[in-house]
Design a protein around this ligand. Structure first.
Ligand SMILES: C[S@@+](CC[C@H](N)C(=O)[O-])C[C@H]1O[C@@H](n2cnc3c(N)ncnc32)[C@H](O)[C@@H]1O
Ligand SMILES: [Zn+2]
Ligand SMILES: [Zn+2]
Length: 728
């Protein structure tokens, strides 16, 4: 590993070398040699750096030194907010928390978690848009690992630097940019940072809430002051809920996490065993450790497959903590009597009656099916009793925070924890957690200390705040369907950038349900533009909703203004729906290119995930009735084959995935070639070929097009790429 990366990571965080050396319990001189690459970096140092700084690591040096929680010395005003296990939180004497929780989260005129009556305020029908004759045609490639990208998760995001290039190209400062499927608001971030006015809207209140908070960064110090005060006030409760005994010195310290494993029933002997005990495969390198998917029954010896077993109940199997271990090394231990007694006490006590938490039943859905059938039928059941208590307590404190500008940021920090602090958080030997758009119930779960998770996320968010340009921002955020934007006058928008849902890839209203339960307002999914069996929405419903949305965009967009749509899918029918919607709404696709969502430098070291390619479609109002070439399947194949042969003939190298820093062989990049084919074909013809069909054509052509030097790409041998992977 390039060890200067370690140094860069630490520097970005603003933490001096000495401090981190002290934290790790090692000699600063040694650490400095590690950072300079003079000695090999021990794995635990790499892991620690990733844990401390990885999520906020950026390719670019920050403009200003970010403030870190560790260094920041706040004055604490709250001492005691609620005593643990006391029924009524004691009114705090030294800080005036507002008496009643401020559950109305609107921030007029910028944010409404309903249709924003002021949405049209910023629109400007008076002036013509910037004259732009030809679509943006340079490459767009933007990394995912930026401060803003990491600050709050969302199921799909478009990196704002990429959007920024387009905003610079299509608009002037002061112009109005609209994103009617705004999601987490990356369009708003890119637009407002550049002095453009941003109008954002989404069907989902959670999306609007996240979009608003990401688009309105506050001073990092002010934010951290509040977070620190909050955590300090919560410390007694943290101890009460999470204390464990150091197995070495006996001291009581809050655990970092507890691992829970399901018990499983052997279908042969009908006896139960704890998966963790039987299937754990721990290796010296944590990244190689795993839970085995096949193993023998400890009772009868039959060979079993994990996915075929029936789950019984969850058992606590490990606690993790840091105390006196050398270098503050993390220690793990079996839960002892004290830990089990504590769990029982918490369960019996339950969340104090004066604290509110959501109990919304999960609605029937594609992604909610799994939790519901595992007995996780409502949002409160998605938390352990301990995590629910911690969340309810922190949520209440945030809702009663006296500074109205900071309050939404505290709530937003709590929503940023999302699935990490629920029972959907899968245990990984190397720490961290994934963010996949489902509510799968993992067999081995990581119950994180909510307070510690909050502190970590707050650090990441503060890095974004510290680095966000301090500029005045003009912004409106609304919750409504893109199919109806009546507050926005005709021909009053200069530019539209948007990425609508990609067919049935992600069920937004289901995946946002957890957040929205805390926000006490849910998505009205009547017009949710997705393909979803449970909602009874077919591809043609999806196409109709997209057509309505693009028609509305056409109405509000100035005549010479541009619409950019980002999209990807591996199904020909979904492409068909998108193309028809664009054309039927009265737009013509005038240019296309690939949006290369790169992983940044650091993630390439450790991540085996392939990069993703989205398509960028540049559209303008069409002057006359447009029709796309509609080819039969044979003709589509013929054209695709011609494209494949010509592309590989001239640029085969471009289509190799080369894994620089992980031990993995080069692979042929079918996705990139499919994306290139889409970019070429979309403006003129109906796509007609799914990724699978296209890949089969590539496999046919590869051996004959490529000279011997690339014969390692003989199809089928190491594809490692399958159709399912092809989500952006
Ligand atoms: C691909 S995401 C947008 C992500 C966004 N570009 C970002 O960077 O976070 C699509 C969004 O469309 C929203 N959506 C679905 N149907 C909608 C509709 N009819 N009107 C408005 N928004 C809708 C979903 O809630 C989701 O947030
Ligand atoms: Zn058995
Ligand atoms: Zn100790």
């Amino acid at each position: 590993m390039t060890q200067t990366i370690l140094r860069q990571m630490r520097k970005n965080s603003g933490i001096p070398l000495k401090a981190i050396a002290r934290e790790l319990g090692i000699d600063p001189g040694f650490l400095s040699r590690v950072e300079r690459g003079l000695v090999n970096a021990p794995q635990y140092i790499v892991d620690k750096y990733q844990e401390y700084f990885g999520h906020a690591f950026n390719d670019h040096s920050p403009a200003s030194e970010p403030t870190s929680l560790r260094e920041h010395s706040a004055e604490y005003h709250i001492i005691q907010y609620a005593l643990p296990f006391d029924e009524a939180p004691q009114e705090c004497t030294e800080i005036d928390l507002v008496n009643t929780p401020q559950t109305d989260l609107d921030v007029p005129p910028e944010l409404y978690l309903s249709p924003n009556p002021r949405l049209g305020d910023l629109a400007n029908p008076a002036t013509p848009p910037k004259p732009v004759a030809v679509p943006y045609s340079s490459n767009i490639s933007a990394g995912k690992n930026t401060y803003v990208y990491d600050a709050h998760t969302y199921h799909t995001k478009v990196p704002p630097q990429g959007i920024g290039l387009l905003i610079d190209y299509y608009t002037r400062p002061g112009d109005v940019v609209l994103d009617p499927f705004c999601g987490s608001g990356m369009t708003g971030v890119a637009a407002t940072e550049r002095g453009r006015r941003a109008i954002l809207s989404d069907l989902s209140p959670a999306a609007a809430f996240i979009a608003y908070n990401l688009t309105t960064p506050i001073a990092a110090t002010r934010y951290l002051d509040a977070i620190e005060s909050m955590l300090k006030a919560a410390r007694p409760l943290e101890h009460r809920l999470y204390d464990t005994h150091c197995r070495t010195c006996g001291r009581s310290i809050p655990m970092l996490y507890m691992v829970w494993s399901y018990g499983m029933l052997c279908p042969h002997c009908k006896q139960e065993f704890v998966l963790w005990d039987v299937a754990r495969d721990e290796r010296p390198r944590v990244r190689e450790s795993k839970i085995k998917t096949e193993f023998d029954c400890p009772h009868c010896g039959e060979h079993l497959k994990k996915r075929e077993l029936e789950k019984t109940q969850r058992y606590p199997v490990q606690v993790g903590y840091k105390c006196c271990g050398s270098g503050m090394k993390e220690e793990t231990a079996h839960p002892d009597e004290h830990d089990l007694k504590l769990l029982a006490e918490i369960e019996q006590h339950g969340v104090p009656a004066n604290l509110w938490y959501p109990t919304d039943p999960f609605p029937p859905g594609i992604n909610t099916k799994q939790p519901i059938s595992a007995g996780i039928t409502s949002v409160d059941k998605a938390y352990t009793p301990r995590a629910l208590w911690a969340m309810a307590y922190l949520w209440d404190m945030a809702l009663r925070w006296p500074d109205a500008e900071v309050r939404p940021k505290l709530l937003f920090t709590l929503t940023s924890l999302y699935k990490r602090v629920t029972v959907f958080s899968e245990f990984r030997f190397w720490g961290g957690s994934g963010n996949t758009a489902n509510f799968n119930v993992p067999a081995v779960m990581n119950e994180q200390n909510v307070f510690k998770a909050l502190a970590r996320k707050a650090n990441t968010i503060s890095w974004y705040f510290a680095n966000a340009p301090q500029v005045p921002r003009q912004l409106r955020v609304s919750v409504q369907s893109a199919c109806h934007l009546p507050q926005i006058p005709d021909k009053s928008i200069d530019y539209v950038f948007t990425d609508p849902p990609f067919g049935g890839n992600i069920n937004y209203s289901e995946m946002n349900f957890l957040w929205e339960s805390w926000l006490r307002v849910h998505t009205d999914n009547t017009e949710e533009a997705i393909v979803n069996k449970v909602q009874g929405k077919s591809i043609s419903d999806y196409q109709r909703l997209l057509t309505d949305a693009f028609s509305e965009v056409r109405r509000v967009l100035k005549d010479d203004g541009w619409l950019t749509v980002v999209f990807h899918n591996s199904s020909a029918r979904v492409w068909d729906a998108l193309q028809n919607a664009i054309v039927d709404a009265g737009f013509a696709i005038e240019g296309t290119q690939i949006f290369d969502k790169r992983h940044g430098t650091f993630k390439q070291f450790v991540s085996k995930n392939a990069v993703g390619y989205n398509l960028v479609l540049h559209c303008r109002k069409s002057q006359r009735e447009q029709a796309l070439e509609r080819n039969g399947h044979q003709e589509a194949c013929r054209q695709a084959v011609a494209f494949i042969r010509s592309e590989l003939g001239k640029a085969a190298k471009q289509y190799t995935v080369h894994y620089l820093h992980v031990a993995r062989e080069d692979e042929f990049d079918y996705r990139r070639l499919y994306a290139a084919w889409l970019a070429d074909a979309l403006p003129r013809m109906q796509i007609g070929l799914s990724f699978e069909e296209f890949r089969a054509l590539v496999d046919q052509q590869l051996p004959t097009v490529l000279a011997p030097q690339t014969e390692e790409f003989i199809p089928g041998e190491r594809s490692g790429i399958n159709g399912d992977d092809v989500r952006i």
